[in-house]
Design a protein around this ligand. Structure first.
Ligand code: SF4
Length: 111
């Protein structure tokens, strides 16, 4: 699989946000760290493993952690942002609030 550049990953994140009605975290320095992590993971694993989580060792085991992860919709609905805070809801972005650390739903099923 061809390597991706960080610019390609930025475009990917923008497309995900647009499609889902979310907003990419406007804090550019922070977002850069996340898109760098996603890019590294793509180039290492061949898929956009969440930059805030560790691989379980295979694509099948990581399926729920491929960005946008399975948990992002619930996290954005409940907290205004995803676990990594790469994506915000529009309302959260408009509020000007800073993202808070949230529980990883992967280890807290049903929350
Ligand atoms: S928490 Fe989910 S949506 Fe946010 S960057 Fe990680 S994989 Fe993507």
């Amino acid at each position: 699989m061809a390597d991706k550049s960080q610019d390609q990953t930025r475009i990917f994140a923008g497309m995900v946000a647009k499609k889902q009605g979310w907003v990419v975290n406007p804090e550019a320095a922070f977002t850069d760290i996340l898109t760098e992590g996603l890019t590294t993971n793509w180039n290492r694993y061949g898929y956009y493993l969440c930059p805030c989580r560790d691989s379980e060792g295979s694509r099948a085991a990581d399926e729920d952690l491929i960005c946008p992860c399975k948990y992002s919709w619930d996290d954005i609905r409940d907290s205004g942002h995803c676990y990594c805070a790469l994506y915000f809801s529009k309302a959260f972005a408009a509020s000007g609030k800073a993202p808070q650390g949230i529980k990883d739903r992967r280890f807290s099923p049903g929350t």
